[in-house]
Write a protein that binds this ligand. Sequence first.
Ligand SMILES: *[C@@H]1O[C@H](CO)[C@@H](O)[C@H](O)[C@H]1NC(C)=O
Ligand SMILES: *[C@@H]1O[C@H](CO)[C@@H](O)[C@H](O)[C@H]1NC(C)=O
Ligand SMILES: *[C@@H]1O[C@H](CO)[C@@H](O)[C@H](O)[C@H]1NC(C)=O
Ligand SMILES: *[C@@H]1O[C@H](CO)[C@@H](O)[C@H](O)[C@H]1NC(C)=O
Ligand SMILES: *[C@@H]1O[C@H](CO)[C@@H](O)[C@H](O)[C@H]1NC(C)=O
Length: 795
Amino acid sequence: MTIIVNVLFCFLCAIALVSAQQSPDLATMNALRDSLKFPKDFSWTGPDPCKWSGVQCDRSNRITRIQIGNKGMSGTLTSDLNTLSSLTVFEVMGNKLTGGIPSLAGLNALQTINAHDNSFTSISADIFTGLTSLQHVYLDSNPFSPWEIPMSLKSATSLADFSAANCFLSGKIPDFLGGQTFPSLQKLRLSSNSLSGELPLSFANSPVQTLLLNGQTPQKLNGSISVLQNMTSLTEVSLQGNAFSGPLPDMSGLVSLTKFNVRENQLTGLVPSSFTELQSLAVVNMTNNLFQGSTPTFKAKNIAVDITPRLNSFCSDSPGVPSDITVINFKGMGLKGTISPRFADLTSVRVINLSQNNLTGVIPQEITKLTSLATLDVSNNQLYGKVPVFGPNVLITTGNPDLGKDDPGHASGSSGSNAGTVVGYVFGVVLGLLLIGLIIFLVVKKRKQNRKKYQQQHSGEEDALKITIDNLCAGGNNFDEKNILGRGGFGIVYKGELPSGKTVAVKRMESSVISGKGLDEFKSEIAVLTKVRHRNLVKVEGYCLEANERLLVYEYMPLGTLSSHLFNWQQEGLQPLEWSRRLIIASDVAKGVEYLHSQAHQSFIHRDLKPSNILLGDDMRARVADFGLVRLAPEGTQSIETKIAGTFGYLAPEYAVTGRVTTKVDVYSFGVILMELLTGRKALDVKRSEEDVHLVTWFRRIINKVAELACHCSAREPHQRPDMSHVVRVLASLLDQWKPDEDISGNDYDAPPPPLLEMIQGTGNDSSFFGDNSLTSIPSRPRQIDNTFNTGQGR
Ligand SMILES: *[C@@H]1O[C@H](CO)[C@@H](O)[C@H](O)[C@H]1NC(C)=O
Ligand SMILES: *[C@@H]1O[C@H](CO)[C@@H](O)[C@H](O)[C@H]1NC(C)=O
Ligand SMILES: *[C@@H]1O[C@H](CO)[C@@H](O)[C@H](O)[C@H]1NC(C)=O
Ligand SMILES: *[C@@H]1O[C@H](CO)[C@@H](O)[C@H](O)[C@H]1NC(C)=O
Ligand SMILES: *[C@@H]1O[C@H](CO)[C@@H](O)[C@H](O)[C@H]1NC(C)=O
């Protein structure tokens, strides 16, 4: 019996030995090898996968590691990787793999999935199911078709890093991403996607240290950021380029916070001392929010702070200037409306002089609460109603004949006076805000003559630069030879200045082309411009269609055309464009054209895309210009037949031959532009700094990809050319490999256009040309706040 058992045992041993020689994972690995495409200098050869390069096995010849990152591989992954049940590390990043990332469900030894920087187009929704050992996940920079953070991630309870930037994530940040589910999560990077909704409250107990949610577009994250208060492990936060609102919470618990970036949101309120007093802070970015109060000063030493009050309404340019208001002197300023009860918020105020205005309504009871108030002079107005009781000698009311009477003189029933009160109240609040604006002005004026940094406040408060068409047409714009910026087919472009001081580019149609064709072009251009508005399209500020003038006023693009930077940089004393910049420009142009094609209210075809029609803003971001040739594509159809317009060299062959226009005509031109961006390189990369050396490896891959894309775009047959959305996706994934500045995915969409059509037709005469003060507009000359006030209060 024993012998038999021994024999049997040995027999089993023998089987074990035999199978030990051959990995049980052989079939899967062979299939994987067959689906991958290896580059020349790297391959998997031989019968034993455990000996393949980048593959490791355990003692029983089970595959434990597949590490084939950055090998120039293409091809796809097989779907049965979830049979590799001993796999701990799966790394394929930095290749050109396509297709889907298959499910890895059940691989409970798996610790790392690294698939960033590939061309994967999808990811299995149950990929994470049962991955209880999973700690590190990197999926960044893949052109996935839009996906959401899958529920299956819930089972990855050991998660420490989850990085999925720039990979078309959409939907909400799921509630389960908090500390309850992921007690070890340290890094969460979801930048440059299209996430929306609010921060989940479950974040409150998250141990996460790095939280990067910046640059969501076109969808954005919004709501309050108060949950940060309880995320006390945070060291680095970036929420840039979202739509978060409300105040900063109490930050006193975030004692390890070093980097805090909330640029380009809609945060409001005072910057709390619980934040400014954090000793750990090293970098703070708060530009382009709606913060109020005095410009904050920070306690931490060697801190880099970026709080340019471009939209923030800090009371003074200099940090730390206290903003206690003690004297308000608005006498004789022609103020209309009522006195705001919000004056009661100015707790330090001693003197309020509102005399000699046209104020109506009652004196708000609330103001009596101001304990420091020594003088309230409301003399010579049209106030009425009950007079609140102030201390002795505080109130001066002479010259208000109706004061003390119920009714200011208009005959009215009770409902009328109720409505009046409501309107008065609303107006009062508005007036109050405006008054505060003026106070700010007065305070600053006292301290600082130079108000250079004072920039336009957010559009809600209106820039109120009341330029009428008459102003624009009648001049102020000097059509002088020396102001010529360029000459186009249909007119000369001048540099001009508006009465507000804002520099603009004015395209003036030559009189010979005003009628007939030129007029059609002009109208076509206007029709387009009133409908499209995008960060990557040159913005129209206004226009004029008066009897003898045909003017289009564009935002001024200080850095000129792409063609200057690409072809004439030496003559014009410019720096050659860097490679990353070229890609950004290409991506910008692609986004602008994509928008024209598909995202505007209707489909538009540019038809004359070329580097001289691409302008660069002072941030070097590109905007597509000159819609002079754009024709509205009839709705519902993508093809129109029309006369040829465009520029040789950029004309798609089928367009040149048949005159048939589709969006693919622009795609062809774009392909040519990409080629130009590519071939312009030779002269440029002679002097590269040492730090750029390792970028060269990046270049190679990127240039191949860009070249591929250019060829794809300018394919002979229109149907072989991709859609612009594909182009945008491919470029987006390349851009992230460059790690360009975080700014890259800021706001793509400008605010809606001003009612330009109305203005052409001569209606809407009190709308401002310059209602849009989006983040991407060029800062105009400092504007005096009293201007705002006077205009604002007239409404
Ligand atoms: C956030 O955005 C969503 C749309 O994505 C909207 O429904 C919601 O009301 C917004 N929430 C806040 C607080 O603005
Ligand atoms: C955050 O912490 C505060 C004080 O510790 C607590 O009152 C509040 O409920 C917490 N918020 C959440 C969402 O957990
Ligand atoms: C944040 O502010 C720092 C300090 O001014 C600056 O160096 C950095 O470029 C800013 N980053 C962003 C993304 O704005
Ligand atoms: C008040 O308004 C009237 C017209 O409504 C104007 O004539 C008058 O000058 C104004 N008074 C002051 C002090 O601004
Ligand atoms: C308010 O201004 C008026 C007009 O200049 C002036 O007569 C009056 O003395 C001022 N009141 C105070 C309290 O300064």
